[in-house]
Design a protein around this ligand. Structure first.
Ligand SMILES: [Fe+2]
Length: 187
């Protein structure tokens, strides 16, 4: 029997009600790996040859967990960024996402200043996922060509204040909550 999106979100809800901290998040990561290994139901919701864009898959009103699928065709690169108060898990259904995880070296006491150094650099390929806890800073790159990414987020990231960083300049900028549109792609 396939692992359906309905089963996935039910498993996630159970895990996060039991423990919304590290253990519950790790369990959600495991559930996502299971979904990525068997994505037929997920794909049926988006459709074969889906156009590039962001697809809202699910929102759980009990735990406030969101699930989005992103379909890409063109090359894309994000600024280094955090996710406000949220944790987030990125998983690839197809294609590849290159990740850089950044470590912040300064104490945040100087406005507009953030010194970052690369902590980890790796690729997430089909069937794999990466978890970013509250406060984690990362940047992403995906090459040209079709790819599909699933993001599982602990809350409505579009409605919270976040930050973007320029590691080369050592700067940080506020990223205000954004207007919601179906095509908007947060990273
Ligand atoms: Fe991100």
């Amino acid at each position: 029997m396939p692992y359906t999106v309905a089963e996935f979100v039910a498993d996630c809800r159970k895990s996060l009600i039991q423990d919304s901290g590290k253990r519950g998040q790790d369990d959600v990561y495991s559930h996502l790996l299971k979904l990525l290994a068997d994505p037929a139901d997920l794909l049926s919701r988006i459709g074969e040859n889906a156009a590039p864009g962001r697809y809202a898959i699910h929102h759980d009103p009990i735990t406030d967990m969101y699930v989005f699928a992103h379909v890409y065709q063109d090359e894309g690169r994000s600024h280094a960024h955090d996710h406000g108060p949220c944790w987030i898990i990125y998983g690839n259904v197809s294609g590849r996402t290159d990740m850089i995880e950044w470590r912040r070296l300064d104490d945040g006491s100087q406005e507009g200043v953030a010194k970052l150094e690369k902590e980890k650099e790796y690729s997430v390929t089909a069937g794999e996922a990466a978890i970013f806890r509250n406060g984690a800073i990362h940047s992403t790159y995906h090459p040209a060509g079709p790819s599909m990414l699933v993001r599982v987020i602990s809350g409505d990231m579009d409605s919270v204040w976040r930050h973007t960083f320029d590691p080369a300049k050592g700067t940080i900028k506020d990223r205000p909550p954004k207007e919601k549109t179906a095509a908007t792609a947060s990273h």
